[in-house]
Design a protein around this ligand. Structure first.
Ligand code: KIV
Ligand code: ZN
Length: 531
């Protein structure tokens, strides 16, 4: 690391600031909605891992977004907390009201500057330029730290882009973010654009240029790193690359690329890479977007060497096929950890090692579930314990509906049937339903007891470990009137995990209906009562 400080970033010259937008651009991805508590938890993890700026949300979007950004600002420690605002005074005021509670607040305001985006508010180039001047000046009067973005910058005419960036800098923006909103650019162009902006825009030398890439052509990470080579000193990214369509630049990829190839990319970040795996898993759970197996850095197979040739090489020298160690990203060897004779203290200490600190009452709950798992499954691995913990938190808030009893009849002879008892607001209801397979029959039984119009958008099963007695993690995503909710659950019985994941999503739907002020009286439907 160099020992000179950049006047632009206020950090060492070779430092690239990491701006995480998992809670804004990531959460905006249809179906990735997180609860208030989950957002706070992710923000705390991001702060602890050394992310420089956390974009916590879009405060004007809803009361919930506002409260989340405000609470994240209040709990923040080292990170700067940023909120997003469109180019109007009302948005900016609301954003400031939320972020001002942070030790280090930032307002991020944006407007679409490409011809296609200018056509939407129907503004001429001059009218838009005036709007940018007015809104950035307003933001800067409220806050010393203002970021401005010309949305769809990579499809904006060069002369106009240069003009508006200059206006934003003159109006007081301290960071200029260059978004590749539709994932259209390529590495050479990405580097060149930043280089030209720094060189040709008046005041370009005095601000931080940021890069914000989407992954539509699979080049987001490459484009972000190229932008840094061109002079950008802030990368905008999300955990697991979460984001709309093909997602955003993945934080773990840029952080590890800068670390592993420091020889040719001599820049560093403040991120503690050993915390990557934990936050990746947590974001996958709370967003309901599982990580693909072959995803770089955080995929289940990223460090697995299964082919004979690779295994042989690995046994002789790990560096043959490994450019980084699993421990660099916080991945521990999958080892046999516990069995049914393990006690409470051993469980507490193992969970602590895995990053879960539990209060006594929480430990008691988890211990009961651990014993049940150990009874069914001979060998309990780290991954099993993590799935158990994720299942525990995914089920928290399941106040209205709970699976009490489930038995399915399945096999080669159709129809398959499910006998289900669902506890609905404290009262047990029972039914038997048929379906095309055990999962379909189970979902039909849930729907018979709790009728709803929500559409199942996604149903996914992942095995937590190897073996036929492995736990299955099931994720479901459902949509009702534009509202998208997710649910996840793990169990050694795939059908039980499916039922619980489905019911978790329905519980979230009830909460969302209530938040929207709709009549969500779950008792208002007719059930067949037990007995
Ligand atoms: O992709 C984009 O253009 C954005 C802006 C709001 C910065 O997310
Ligand atoms: Zn974006």
């Amino acid at each position: 690391m160099t020992d000179t400080t950049s006047p632009r970033t206020g950090a060492p010259d070779d430092r690239v600031l990491i701006f995480d937008t998992t809670l804004r651009d990531g959460e905006q991805s249809p179906g990735a909605t997180m609860t208030h508590a989950e957002k706070l938890e992710i923000a705390e993890m991001l702060d602890e891992m050394g992310v420089d700026i956390i974009e916590a949300g879009f405060p004007i979007a809803s009361e919930g977004d506002f409260e989340a950004v405000k609470a994240i600002a209040e709990q923040s420690k080292d990170a700067t907390i940023c909120g997003l605002a469109r180019a109007n005074l009302k948005d900016i005021d609301r954003c400031w009201e939320a972020v001002k509670h942070a030790r280090s607040p930032r307002i991020h305001t944006f407007i679409g500057t490409s011809p296609l985006h200018r056509a939407i508010p129907n503004l001429t180039q001059d009218e838009m330029a005036d709007r940018i001047h007015e809104t950035v000046t307003h933001a800067r009067n409220l806050c010393d730290n203002v970021q401005w973005s010309p949305m769809d910058a990579t499809r904006t005419e060069w002369e106009y882009l240069k003009r508006v960036v200059e206006i934003a800098i003159k109006a007081g923006a301290t960071t200029i973010n260059i978004p590749d909103t539709v994932g259209y650019t390529a590495p050479v162009e990405s580097a060149d654009l930043i280089r030209r902006l720094i060189a040709e825009v008046e005041g370009g030398e005095d601000v931080v240029f940021a890069t914000h890439c989407h992954n539509d052509l699979g080049m987001a990470t490459a484009n972000s790193l190229a932008a840094v080579a061109g002079g950008a000193r802030q990368i905008e990214c999300t955990i697991n690359g979460l984001g709309e369509r093909a997602g955003n630049t993945a934080l773990e990829e840029v952080v590890m690329a800068l670390k592993v190839r420091h020889d040719i990319m001599p820049w560093s970040t403040r991120v503690d890479s050993t915390k990557i795996m934990n936050i990746s898993r947590r974001v996958a759970t709370v967003s309901g977007f599982p990580v693909q197996f072959n995803k770089a850095i955080v995929g289940k197979n990223a460090f697995a060497h299964e082919s004979g040739i690779h295994q042989d090489g690995m046994l002789k020298n790990a560096e043959t096929f490994e450019i980084m160690r699993p421990s660099d990203v916080g991945l521990k060897e999958t080892n046999l950890v516990m069995g049914k004779h393990s006690g409470r203290a051993a469980l507490r200490s193992k969970l602590k090692e895995l990053g879960f600190e539990l209060a006594d009452n929480q430990l008691n709950d988890v211990f009961v579930r651990f014993k049940a798992l150990a009874d069914r499954k001979k060998e309990v691995y780290d991954d099993d314990l993590e799935a158990l913990m994720r299942d525990q938190s995914a089920g928290e808030g399941n106040e209205h509906l709970q699976v009490k009893f489930l038995r399915v009849i399945c096999g080669t002879e159709a129809p398959q049937s499910a006998d289900l008892t669902l506890t609905i607001d404290g009262v047990d209801h029972q039914t038997t339903a048929q379906g095309d397979g055990p999962v379909d029959a189970t979902f039909n039984a849930v729907k018979a007891l709790f009728p709803h119009e929500a559409r199942l958008q996604l149903y996914q099963v992942h095995a937590v470990t190897e073996g036929t007695d492995a736990q299955a993690t099931v994720s479901v995503r459902m949509e009702e009137n534009g509202r998208v909710v997710t649910g996840q659950s793990a169990d050694t019985d795939t059908v039980v995990a499916s039922a619980k994941a489905y019911v978790t999503a329905l519980n979230r739907l009830i909460v969302r209906r209530r938040t929207a002020g709709e009549n969500a009286d779950v008792k208002a439907v007719s059930y067949k009562d037990v007995g």
